[in-house]
Design a protein around this ligand. Structure first.
Ligand code: C2E
Ligand code: MG
Ligand code: MG
Ligand code: MG
Length: 290
């Protein structure tokens, strides 16, 4: 017990010391400098085909490589970027870097769909689609290899502003994904107006659903709707083999989650892929194999 108390004591102190630094709020000017200075970098998380277990694409997720504080998660600085009007600049930096990575993989015959998250606040600014096309054309990555992810909640809150931009992006051939589906109170009517190509079910309906009958029903209904609308159905938050098996049984086409891989720097993907090939057989086999 004495040992345990000592450990807690030490841990507590360490946390307290660390948090003194962490709780000094991140400032807008610091973020602006970080964006311009290349400290905001994309990590990439694989999206795999549920039937074959092979990689289909990746999602670019922003990380702030802070010189003193280490890696900072997007939940902290995306809201700050949105509040301070820096989000458009951040989106463009992320897009530029993500597309440069996609072009590099293309050159090595690794053709992966690149998913990029969009804030609704960058959608209603004039000239946004043109700026995106310019980046896409400069990168040489075809538009149909790029998917924009927009969270369901943000689309609903900004439908008027978002609709025109989203329609323009779709007409150019980009894919459009509804992110975190099931958390946003969107009406069917609202969703029907946006030319989505993909529906991404929030992880709260995915992880652990095999043991929770009501979650399972919601997951299955969302997958059925998505499939019948002809959308690519994606499940996020696949953390266990049970989650994965349920998706195999439920007709989900693409899965993403820690069971498959955590987000990683682009130059680690090739190494991950090698290791993943060794797991494909196990992932493909279903529970009641004939
Ligand atoms: P999101 O787009 O829904 O991304 C999925 C989040 O879930 C990521 O967190 C990812 O690391 C995490 N995740 C993936 N698999 C699992 C899993 O199996 N279990 C659990 N518990 N979590 C998993 P991350 O990278 O911290 O990003 C959080 C959110 O920040 C993103 O949610 C997205 O909304 C936003 N975000 C990230 N990058 C950008 C960006 O460049 N622009 C904008 N506007 N938003 C971004
Ligand atoms: Mg996303
Ligand atoms: Mg999501
Ligand atoms: Mg999310």
């Amino acid at each position: 017990l004495a040992d345990a108390l000592k450990r807690i004591g030490r841990g507590g102190k360490a946390v307290a010391e660390g948090s003194a630094a962490i709780f000094v709020p991140l400032g807008e000017s610091e973020l602006a400098e970080a964006i311009r200075g290349g400290q905001i970098v994309p990590y990439f998380q694989p999206k795999v085909d549920v039937r074959t277990a092979m990689i289909k694409g990746v999602e670019a997720l922003a990380r702030w490589r802070h010189p003193e504080r280490g890696m900072i998660a997007p939940d902290t600085f995306i809201p700050l970027a949105e509040k301070s009007g820096l989000i458009r600049e951040l989106t463009m930096k992320m897009t530029e870097r993500a597309l440069a990575q996609a072009a590099q993989w293309n050159a090595r015959e690794l053709r992966l769909t690149m998913a990029i998250n969009l804030s609704p606040l960058s959608l209603d600014t004039p000239g946004f689609p043109q700026e995106v096309w310019a980046l896409q054309e400069a990168s040489g990555v075809p538009a149909d290899q790029i998917v924009w992810e927009i969270t369901e909640s943000s689309v609903v809150a900004n439908l008027g502003a978002a609709l025109g931009t989203l329609a323009r992006l779709r007409l150019k051939g980009f894919g459009l994904s509804i992110d975190d589906y099931g958390t946003g109170f969107s009406s069917m009517q609202q969703l029907a107006r946006i030319p989505f190509t993909e529906l991404k079910i929030d992880r709260s309906f995915v992880h652990g659903a095999s043991r929770k009958p009501h979650l399972k029903v919601i997951l299955q209904s969302a997958l059925d709707m998505s499939n019948r609308l002809g959308l690519v159905s994606v499940a996020e938050g696949v953390e266990t083999m049970e989650d994965w098996r349920l998706l195999q049984e439920s007709g989900c086409s693409v899965a993403q989650g820690f069971l498959i891989a955590k987000p990683m720097p682009g130059d680690e993907l090739a190494g991950w892929l090698k290791g993943h090939l060794g797991r494909v057989r196990e992932l493909r086999q279903d529970k009641g194999a004939h």
